[in-house]
Design a protein around this ligand. Structure first.
Ligand SMILES: [Fe+2]
Length: 274
């Protein structure tokens, strides 16, 4: 049995003692290991873990979906509290990330550098494509962009030392769980496009993805793109979706009404058993 606990998410759930804030963090217990996938934005991920009776310092593996603050900056507190795991990042994780809006740039990065990460990790590995973490869990990155309507918004940029350039999130990682005949995918923010990621994972692992959990970045999608995305997910064989974080309430409401999809609300404190 695999257990997936939502440690941090934008919305509160049934446990009113937990704190909800913009960000994402999951703890996955699989194959006798504890895998922390993302850390949320700040100290509240650690506070939630205490109330969820999760010992973060016993996490074996830490994987970051990408280095935006809402997924990675919570590591600053977790490291201070004693977390020291085998850590996995995508290539380009330490590039300086910004958003451009109304004539100005906002820093969106994780708030720490390579030295800090190495000081507070047992090991740091840069994933360039696929890494097997446990018998049933794999980290995937490097997603080709095959879907024409999934474009990264131009406001996401990075500083390359000389100038600002578009950030296409080549470093984004997904956690893939092998369920036997099929796959479950846990996504952080899906900046490369949720369909681009799911199709590539299915192609690489030669199995159908049937479960999708996490952030799908449909919050800004127009209705047409949302319908195209949901239609394609259904054609691919996806039958269970637990969206949260950047997925957007419109997409979540639409999916919750879909007769062909089993919808799970993934708020703070939600536990899923696969
Ligand atoms: Fe995010």
């Amino acid at each position: 049995m695999i257990r997936i606990i939502t440690l941090m998410e934008n919305r509160a759930g049934g446990n009113k003692g937990l704190i909800a804030e913009h960000g994402l963090s999951f703890l996955i217990e699989a194959d006798g290991k504890k895998i922390l996938f993302d850390c949320g934005a700040g100290e509240n991920t650690w506070k939630n873990s205490r109330k969820l009776n999760v010992d973060m310092n016993s996490a074996d593996i830490l994987a970051f979906s990408h280095s935006h603050y809402d997924h990675a900056a919570g590591f600053l507190t977790l490291a201070e509290k004693g977390l020291c795991a085998d850590t996995y990042i995508g290539e380009g994780f330490f590039e300086e990330k910004y958003a451009y809006r109304e004539g100005g740039y906002t820093y969106l990065g994780c708030g720490f550098g390579e030295t800090f990460l190495k000081e507070h990790s047992r090991s740091v590995t840069v994933n360039k494509r696929s890494i097997v973490l446990t018998e049933h869990c794999t980290l995937e990155t490097g997603f080709p962009r095959t879907c024409s309507f999934e474009q990264v918004p131009s406001r996401f940029v990075k500083w390359d030392g000389k100038e600002m350039c578009r950030d296409l999130f080549e470093d984004e990682q997904c956690l893939v769980i092998d369920l036997g005949q099929e796959l479950a995918v846990i996504a952080g923010c899906s900046h490369p496009g949720i369909l681009n990621m799911l199709k590539e994972i299915s192609r690489r692992q030669k199995k159908q993805v049937t479960v999708v959990l996490g952030g799908t970045h449909l919050a800004e999608a127009e209705e047409e793109r949302m319908e195209q995305t949901i239609g394609e997910m259904k054609r691919m064989g996806i039958r269970k979706i637990g969206m949260n974080h950047c997925s957007g309430t419109a997409a979540e409401e639409r999916i919750s009404r879909d007769p062909d999809i089993s919808y799970i609300r993934l708020s703070v404190g939600s536990c899923i058993f696969l």
